[in-house]
Write a protein that binds this ligand. Structure first.
Ligand SMILES: NC(=O)c1ccc[n+]([C@@H]2O[C@H](COP(=O)([O-])OP(=O)(O)OC[C@H]3O[C@@H](n4cnc5c(N)ncnc54)[C@H](O)[C@@H]3O)[C@@H](O)[C@H]2O)c1
Length: 340
């Protein structure tokens, strides 16, 4: 195979980004784009040159030329589409999280396994140039045995009440990226989770049964300890930093900026804010993750972020959710035992 024929399902915020990246890759043909509201997207779709625009994603599954699909629709549609795509023997890239329901996730992953197709999950931060360097340092043993991982993950703004209501809550919508990053950087599974959460920014989060501020502690199987701090609104912009501290030293990365200018005046010394939000900060990471998915299909190699990575992050999210509700540490084993 020297060209991958693709269909994209869901053309919202994230589907648009992925579609535009795919269209710029010579080794890809985007043959289908499916969205329930595709008819209302002509301003965007008219110049893309995608031959089949449809409301029904099953059209692309019925096409024997299609090698792979990207699932970028709302989370509550993912497992149904994963199952249908696996049954049609299409490779799958699915946005995070796979689902809000562990039973659904497990069932979809089983179908993927039975059909022997590839499933990559959209944890694009693993492809970010800064975080990748941290990962390599830890992997090469430069900082010795990891003891502490610290992740700061704060958004510059939050979405509408409609979005918050259907987002699945902070652990599933936001911190899930940080759970994955913590696993990735420590190269270890999480054993226990404890979350302190609060509504400090806007009562709308309480009205939706959600939180806007959290500190999560993690205990890993390899003995390391992790801490993640999240906020839905940092006044100074998108704040995405990590540090891994180990027996021989530490490795840390700061935020990404559009420029390196330092402005010095009589009032003080300052610089511009970090890249605005996830679409700006992770623009290249989104591209690299899709390129990696395409390359895995072309080379028939295992994807870099697989269904098990999606599952492990979801297990942590379920434990975090319970920890918040019960105000106690929750083990991953406790969650797993309920689904054994
Ligand atoms: N990796 C990331 O950082 C990241 C960022 C944002 C969103 N996401 C994930 O991406 C997914 C989509 O989020 P979004 O913000 O782009 O949402 P969105 O609301 O902007 O877009 C979703 C699109 O899917 C379409 N859709 C829904 N059901 C469909 C179906 N059955 N068939 C075809 N199209 C359908 C909707 O019409 C809509 O246009 C979610 O799972 C979300 O968690 C990931």
């Amino acid at each position: 195979m020297n060209k991958v024929r693709i269909g994209v399902i869901g053309a919202g915020r994230i589907g648009k980004i992925h579609t535009e990246h795919l269209l710029s890759m010579p080794e890809v043909q985007v043959k289908y784009l499916a969205d329930l509201y595709i008819d209302q997207m002509t301003d965007w779709t008219k110049n893309l040159g995608i031959p089949h625009l449809t409301k029904n994603y099953r059209d692309m599954l019925a096409d024997s030329e299609i090698d792979a699909v990207l699932i970028c629709s709302h989370t509550n549609t993912h497992t149904e589409i994963i199952t249908a795509a696996a049954e049609a023997n299409k490779h799958i890239f699915c946005e995070k999280p796979i689902s809000f329901d562990l039973a659904h996730t497990l069932k979809a992953l089983k179908t993927v396994e039975q059909h022997g197709i590839q499933l990559q999950v959209g944890f694009m931060r693993r492809f970010d140039h800064n975080f990748r360097r941290v990962y390599e340092c830890v992997k090469e043993g430069k900082i010795g045995t990891p003891h502490i991982v610290k992740i700061t993950s704060r958004d510059p703004e939050y979405s509408s009440k409609e979005y918050i209501k259907t987002s699945g809550g902070m652990p599933f919508d936001m911190t899930i990226h940080d759970y994955d990053m913590a696993r990735f950087l420590t190269n270890s599974e999480v054993e226990e989770v404890y979350v302190q959460g609060a509504v400090l920014i806007d009562e709308v989060f309480a009205e939706c049964g959600d939180i806007d501020t959290a500190v999560t502690t993690l205990r890993f199987q390899n003995g390391a300890i992790g801490v993640i701090d999240n906020s839905r609104k940092a006044a100074y912009g998108y704040d995405q930093r990590v540090e891994v501290f180990g027996s021989k030293g530490s490795v840390a990365v700061e935020n990404d900026f559009d420029n390196t200018a330092t402005i010095s005046t009589a009032e003080g010394i300052y610089r511009d804010k970090p890249k605005y939000f996830f679409l700006e900060r992770y623009h290249e990471a989104f591209r690299t993750e899709i390129q990696s998915f395409i390359q895995s299909i072309l080379d028939q190699q295992k994807v870099f972020v697989d269904g098990n990575d999606g599952l492990q992050a979801e297990l942590i999210a379920h434990a975090a959710h319970r920890s918040l509700n019960d105000r106690r540490p929750v083990t991953i084993r406790e969650i797993k035992e309920e689904y054994a």
